[in-house]
Design a protein around this ligand. Structure first.
Ligand code: G3D
Ligand code: MG
Length: 250
């Protein structure tokens, strides 16, 4: 036999009694019958407490995440694709004239709602073997491509991107961690000869990447900064999703 919920608005108890009714203990009957409203109140109160506890736990988790080391972002791509321009634009919010990168640049920055430690690595052919040292510990990759480049340079970019993804698959498997997401930045969209995002997806063979590789492509112009915040938001989203899949960062 159940305790019926009060139908009266004035808090009138409608405690249904029957032969097997045993919800009202002695002390209950001795004092005040526990009405449906009372029970409902207790339940909602308990739910409220649970919500507060959950919010506090989420807050602590968020705090711990903020205090932890920021994720490592690596910018790679062919030389002159606009990596350093993009990095400095993200860091300072304005255009900074660049010189060809010798070695690497490293900046701590905040973009897309997340703090990052960003590594910008030279893209000339002779230094590309160095990419592996940077991508090994990467949490996310920004692969910058000049959308206005000639077909042979795009083919070269496609080749390097696929090599990078294959290498990261091996490294991630060895380290038992999720694959770092790759955000392809289709840069230099301001130039008249720039390919559209769809053409870039085709030219770079992104549909041929393994299904377990998180990726996205975002059009941008690193000189004006157009598209960069959206790109970084996409990257953060992919990063959080990958992290949820495998919370241990390895
Ligand atoms: P890298 O670091 O990938 O080697 P850089 O490339 O950032 O040094 O940029 C190479 C050149 O491309 C620079 O021009 C830079 O201004 C230009 N560039 C970068 N992003 C864009 C863009 O979105 N649009 C246009 N039009 N140009 C861009 P210079 O003349 O200094 O070599
Ligand atoms: Mg550079």
């Amino acid at each position: 036999m159940a305790v019926g919920r009060s139908s009266g608005r004035g808090g009138q108890s409608e405690c249904v009694r029957g032969a097997e009714h045993n919800c009202c203990s002695d002390h209950h009957t001795a004092h005040m019958p526990l009405s449906g409203n009372d029970l409902w109140g207790l339940v909602t109160e308990a739910m409220g407490v649970c919500r507060v506890v959950a919010a506090a736990r989420a807050g602590l988790a968020g705090l711990a995440w903020l205090m932890a080391d920021p994720p490592q972002l690596v910018l790679v791509g062919l030389d002159s694709s606009g990596k350093t321009t993009a990095l400095l634009r993200l860091k300072y919010g304005r255009y900074v004239n660049t010189v060809p990168t010798v070695g690497f640049n490293c900046e701590r920055l905040r973009s897309g709602g997340c703090s990052w430690v960003a590594w910008d690595v030279g893209g000339a052919e002779r230094v590309r073997p160095l990419w592996r040292a940077y991508t090994r510990g990467a949490d996310a990759v920004l692969f910058v491509v000049d959308s206005s480049s000639a077909a042979d340079r795009l083919e070269e970019a496609r080749h390097e991107l696929h090599v990078l993804v294959r290498r990261q698959a091996t490294q991630s498997a060895a380290l038992r961690r999720s694959r770092p997401p790759v955000l392809v930045l289709a840069n230099k969209q301001d130039l008249p000869s720039a390919r559209s995002p769809d053409d870039m997806i085709d030219a770079l063979g992104l549909a041929d990447l393994p299904p377990c590789q998180p990726w996205a492509l975002a059009p941008a112009c690193a000189v004006t900064g157009e598209g960069l915040p959206e790109a970084m938001t996409d990257l953060r989203r992919l990063f959080i999703k990958a992290r949820r899949t495998n919370p241990s960062r390895g």
